[in-house]
Design a protein around this ligand. Sequence first.
Ligand code: ZN
Length: 162
Amino acid sequence: MNAPIIPRQSRKVRLAIKQELICPYCGNESELVTGRTIYPHRRDLYDRLFYHCAPCEAHVGCHRASKKYGVETVPLGRLANAELRALKIKAHEAFDPLWMNSRQYRGIAYRWLADKMRIPLDDCHIGLFNEDQCKQVFMLCQSGQDTLLLHSRGANGPNAYR
Ligand SMILES: [Zn+2]
């Protein structure tokens, strides 16, 4: 076992955790559980932590412990029920091809998305989005692909986007 990482979290991170403790569907406090509760058939997730609201069948995973996040109780986003989880997967399917696993284009793509959604770049994470925002992502990705294609063909960019 690794030595536990000493929690040293910024105020922002602590606030984020506090917010995520509340289930957005019922308003009750969620519970911190391990992957064993959520995915009993996934032994590889048994050591991961999740915030879970059993009555709403809503959950969200946590970041792995790291320098940036300190302990591993920092949620990846808000709690999501089955419907929202499916929408987030679809939002990623629509959005991720725009940056094609390129770090360089990922930044451009997220800036573009934040701009179109009129939200701060810091809040622009599909993990944090609600149902309407996920739907907005599909719409924008459909209509915005051409704009991004042009951006990606800047002076230094290879023609990575076909
Ligand atoms: Zn709930």
